[in-house]
Design a protein around this ligand. Sequence first.
Ligand SMILES: Cc1cc2nc3c(=O)[nH]c(=O)nc-3n(C[C@H](O)[C@H](O)[C@H](O)COP(=O)(O)OP(=O)(O)OC[C@H]3O[C@@H](n4cnc5c(N)ncnc54)[C@H](O)[C@@H]3O)c2cc1C
Length: 437
Amino acid sequence: MQHVVVLGGSIAGMAAARALRSLGKRVTVVEPDGLAATAARDGVPQSGQLHALLDMGRTQAERWFPGLSKDLVAEGAVLGSGSEIQLFSRGRRKVSVPGNELIGVSRGLLEEHIRRRTLLDDGVSVRAGKACGLVVRDMRVAAVRVRAADSDEVHLVPADAVVDATGRSSRLASWLREEGWPQPPVDRMRIDLGYATARFRRGHELPDVRVAHQLPAAASGTGAQPDTGAMAAVEGDQWMAVIAAYAGMRPTRDPADFRRRMKEMDAGPFGVVADRCELIGEVETYGMAHSLRRRWWEVERLPGGLFVVGDAVASFNPVYGQGMTSALLHASCLAAYLRRGADLRAPAHAYFHHVRVVVNAAWELSTLSDLAQPHVTGPYPRGYPLARKMAEWMEEASTTDAWVNERFLDVVNMRRRPADLQTPRFWWRVAMARARR
Ligand SMILES: Cc1cc2nc3c(=O)[nH]c(=O)nc-3n(C[C@H](O)[C@H](O)[C@H](O)COP(=O)(O)OP(=O)(O)OC[C@H]3O[C@@H](n4cnc5c(N)ncnc54)[C@H](O)[C@@H]3O)c2cc1C
């Protein structure tokens, strides 16, 4: 059996391990935390923040972990659909899309299930330690250097292939440079984002709501930036609510400030929870300076047997909730690539070309919205002014026209690519909705 070493045991690493097992590979997951079964791990500092699993993410999660949604619901996660999912844009509630579903679950519980299911498999083992370099021999990855969790000793773990799933702070590019290999070009878009999540006790205050989302909006004429927010009913009879804002407007850990900002949102459910529900624990904050994309598909000379998945390839502004879904899709790209008979130990250019499609669709959507913020200063893609205008028209039309909103949500949920909206029928409906207004 070929042996693959997966670096990092979070969502991307576990999904990749599962995909590799479906192809009969033996997998070792290297993880500094050693994957003790606690929900919050040091290696995933964002795990206390509300995480939305987009619809495509749930489809992919079900593919790799069949029955996952049912198991999560049995543990208290909450599946919302249709009008129970309330989206607000520029002060108005958007028309609901029947059949649209979203699962409310904490990141900790979701990850715990994914990890437990992956590690039940005898073909997957865990090595507690931190990857700190690669050994490349005969143009192929041959081993990983791993620093032991409990000492400074570095051991070599032999591998037929290596999957980097170490997240956004991946050091893979510098390890390759040390071995004389080229690095991928990197795009960084400064977003200066502040995030804060709080949990509230959930009673019967909002019987018809499972998820509410105040969508990102451009700054007003005075330059004031409205908060973006999301809240979801999750396990433990709780609401998890997140507030996101940029630059000088970042939310703080002060509970009174958090409640005040919830009440100021146009989306009514936030005010109801802020007024009526007891806050549990502390407000957790998180800062993200920039979105990041590493264009591995442009590297012409790659060692054989090297793959990258999840945030290690690209990590976006989290307000669009694309990270876990992208990670799960990358695992599917890996399986598709190997299932077509590719040699595991060859340079994986075709794999990175699959991944490019997923990464670029998510990047296009999130950066187009971020560029509307006054403090985000580029880089602007070609044709940006027109693309921005069209995005505004589409956003407006999707507030009132269910057909347009359904297609728009397909893209937001990563079921389709942004390019799929470029049809005459779609833009005709957008124009009609504008004319009616
Ligand atoms: C504030 C915030 C909110 C978010 N909200 C959402 C959301 O609503 N929806 C969504 O889909 N996504 C969201 N995301 C993104 C999501 O958290 C990630 O996309 C997701 O966790 C997949 O990442 P990953 O597995 O690639 O990396 P991570 O989850 O970051 O995990 C990296 C893993 O690698 C391990 N590791 C690191 N270095 C090494 C090393 N040298 N050797 C071995 N192991 C190593 C770490 O311990 C960790 O386990 C959010 C992110 C942030 C920051």
